[in-house]
Ligand binder design. Structure first.
Ligand code: SAH
Length: 280
């Protein structure tokens, strides 16, 4: 019953199955696919094959148009996060949509920025499929932190400077992010903050309040791996001022190993407080 993502695209299948008799149980499947951080060359071969074999692609706003262009032209595309119109489908509706499409017999690719299981709500979609008895597979993707560290030349772990790395969300449901500040303030430890631009002030305050030095090296990467990538080398203490001038998908990275980002100084924009909004 398992169908490989590698199977060739079958144009026309969408039409045939939709018109099929209602008592015929045709089951499709959902594949949660990590699209990586933006550069199409960071897509895995497995993700590419799944895109080419999909009947329908359900994607969000962080997926590059260049990546969508790699999908079969016969595949239907559904954008569930039209950022410009600020219309985003609620998560439970996305879950229902994925299940309904698979129950029509379709091969559904749920294409997500980065990795589906890193702040991507992939787990919720997987649970919804399981609950409905729909087969669901996962293809991992390069999460934004890995691309950001790579392009800045800043290793997330580094002997003598970072024995651990922690990925956290800076998203604040109730005023401030709910994080273990004492643990994050440990030295020799890289903290990567996703969705942290708007909460950079409170994050820096809590980390320094818990004992992390304001002089700890920090790196901000906006639009990692894309043509409009911006990297700013700074310190924990300066993070709020740097973040205030930025927009777009960005990571805040704090830790001793971020000092290595300075090695690529020619490519690095020094703290810029007047930068324009880049991308969405
Ligand atoms: N699943 C994604 C993360 C989704 S959460 C992944 O694994 O990368 C959305 C957040 O991810 C953004 O707010 C931003 O913090 C980060 N992000 C995603 N793509 C990015 C990129 N190209 N550059 C910098 N940050 C990015």
């Amino acid at each position: 019953m398992s169908r490989q993502g590698a199977s060739p695209a079958k144009p026309g299948r969408l039409v045939v199955l939709r018109g099929g008799p209602s008592n015929t149980r045709v089951t499709g499947r959902v594949v949660l696919v990590g699209a990586g951080p933006g550069d199409p060359e960071l897509l895995t071969i497995k993700a590419l094959k799944a895109l080419q074999a999909a009947d329908v692609i359900v994607h969000d706003g962080l997926v590059s148009p260049e990546i969508l262009d790699l999908a079969s032209s016969a595949a239907r595309r559904i954008d569930v996060a039209k950022r410009k119109s600020r219309h985003t489908l609620p998560q439970d509706e996305i879950n229902r949509l994925l299940v309904a499409l698979a129950q029509e017999g379709l091969s559904v690719v749920r294409l997500k920025g980065g990795d589906p299981f890193i702040f991507g709500r992939g787990g919720e979609e997987l649970e919804a499929c399981r609950a409905a008895g729909v087969e669901c597979a996962v293809i991992p993707g390069v999460t934004a932190a890995l691309a950001a560290g790579a392009s800045a030349g800043a290793p997330l772990t580094h002997r003598g400077a970072a024995q651990a790395v922690t990925f956290v969300t800076g998203h604040a449901a109730h005023g401030e992010p709910d994080l273990d500040w004492a643990a994050l303030a440990r030295p020799n430890h890289t903290v990567v903050i996703y969705m942290g631009l708007s909460t950079a002030g409170v994050i820096a305050d809590r980390l320094t309040g818990a004992g992390r030095s304001a002089a700890t090296p920090a790196l901000v990467v906006v639009n990692a791996s894309r043509a409009d990538e911006q990297r700013i080398v700074t310190t924990l203490g300066q993070l709020p001022a740097v973040a205030a001038g930025l927009a777009g998908p960005a990571l805040l990275m704090v830790g001793e190993a971020m000092a290595l980002a300075a090695a690529g100084a020619s490519e690095i924009v020094q703290p810029l407080l007047s930068s324009r909004s880049v991308g969405a």
